[in-house]
Design a protein around this ligand. Structure first.
Ligand SMILES: Nc1ncnc2c1ncn2[C@@H]1O[C@H](COP(=O)(O)OP(=O)(O)O)[C@@H](O)[C@H]1O
Ligand code: SF4
Ligand SMILES: [Mg+2]
Length: 315
């Protein structure tokens, strides 16, 4: 499977009044064609910081991001602008990104209007994307965002992203605000479009239930560091990292926030003052002296699976 987007050593530092906040450090990720990688972690673990850094909005504090082999940091501002449409993002609240006064067909046409292409007929392009998200243009094209349900509005946002003919689609908590049936529709859609349009997708969520439904691979983020990566089915069937195991304990009750499991104290430590050694050690039932002295390195725990733990749960 072709690697499309590749991040190595990605770090994001936010300036805050209390000093530099290391939101994420040393992140390595690869998005592959026709595959969905899920990025999962509690609120504040740094998921959105990673998403924005991949798009250089703003650029990461350290690390490299390549798109189809091109290091984005080497591009001129003009070349980066030309490449931007190849990387599309979908957010939690679709209505905040859809101008309420515009018609659905005009919203979906926005990327084409911004970069007109004589080879692409506007009406044909719009009809194709709206069909792809199950909102036929003859029924929905003239509506305004206020006349759509939350799920329909999210599908319009996805249709608009598709108009840009992206290589990469980043969905940041894109189903978190939707009811269960709208969630299922949007998850199925993202899965199918990733396949049909050859996208390399990053699906960001705090909810392992939706991660299970949509992703091929999963990367687990804990207080700004990746702690486990591998094929979703394998990781969720037998997690290697105690943090992943604790997150899984939260899954049976949909809608319950991560952390509210009895296994994890509700609040993770502040990224302004992370624990020494393993960043999970203050909440880990397996922590021992080594865990406070030595930061565990990511290493292979099974073929195709990595974890950063001194005492991984799989042999
Ligand atoms: N623009 C910002 N300025 C200062 N701190 C930020 C900013 N954005 C995020 N943070 C902090 O960085 C950490 C990670 O945030 P974020 O990437 O939004 O996590 P998530 O998306 O997983 O909830 C949090 O501690 C958050 O408070
Ligand atoms: S390194 Fe130690 S504290 Fe960290 S997850 Fe593994 S056992 Fe727990
Ligand atoms: Mg976020």
């Amino acid at each position: 499977m072709t690697a499309v987007l590749h991040a190595t050593g990605l770090s994001v530092v936010h300036r805050t009044r209390s000093g530099p906040l290391h939101a994420v450090s040393e992140i390595d990720l690869t998005l592959r064609e026709r595959r969905t990688l899920a990025l999962v972690g509690e609120s504040g673990s740094g998921k959105s910081s990673i998403a924005k850094a991949l798009l250089r909005l703003p650029p990461p504090s350290a690390g490299t991001v390549t798109l189809d082999g091109t290091d984005l940091a080497t591009l001129t501002p003009r070349a980066l602008r030309a490449l931007r449409p190849r990387m599309q993002m979908v957010f939690q609240d679709p209505l905040s990104s859809l101008n309420p006064r515009r018609r659905v067909s005009d919203l979906v046409a926005e990327p084409l209007d911004a970069h007109p292409d004589p080879a692409r007929d506007r009406a044909v392009v719009v009809a194709r994307q709206l069909d792809a998200v199950g909102l036929p243009s003859d029924l929905f094209g003239d509506r305004r965002p206020g006349q759509l349900s939350g799920g329909q509005a999210q599908r319009v946002a996805i249709a608009r992203a598709l108009t840009a003919e992206p290589r990469v689609l980043i969905a940041d908590e894109a189903v978190s605000a939707l009811d269960v049936s709208a969630q299922a529709t949007v998850l199925n859609l993202l899965r199918r479009l990733t396949e049909e349009r050859g996208l390399a997708s990053l699906f960001i969520s705090h909810d392992l239930g939706v991660v299970r439904a949509v992703s091929d691979d999963v990367a687990v983020l804990q207080l700004g560091r990746l702690c486990e990566q591998g094929p979703t089915e394998e990781v969720l069937a037998a997690p290697a990292h105690p943090y992943t195991a604790a997150l899984l304990a939260a899954v049976p009750e949909p809608g319950r926030p991560l952390g509210d499991t009895g296994l994890l104290p509700a609040d993770p430590p502040s990224p302004l003052a992370p624990p020494s050694g393993c960043r999970f050690r203050t909440r880990c039932p397996l922590a021992d002296a080594r865990c406070s002295a030595e930061t565990p390195a990511m290493h292979e725990v099974a073929p195709g699976r990595t974890a950063a733990c001194h005492r991984p749960l799989i042999p």
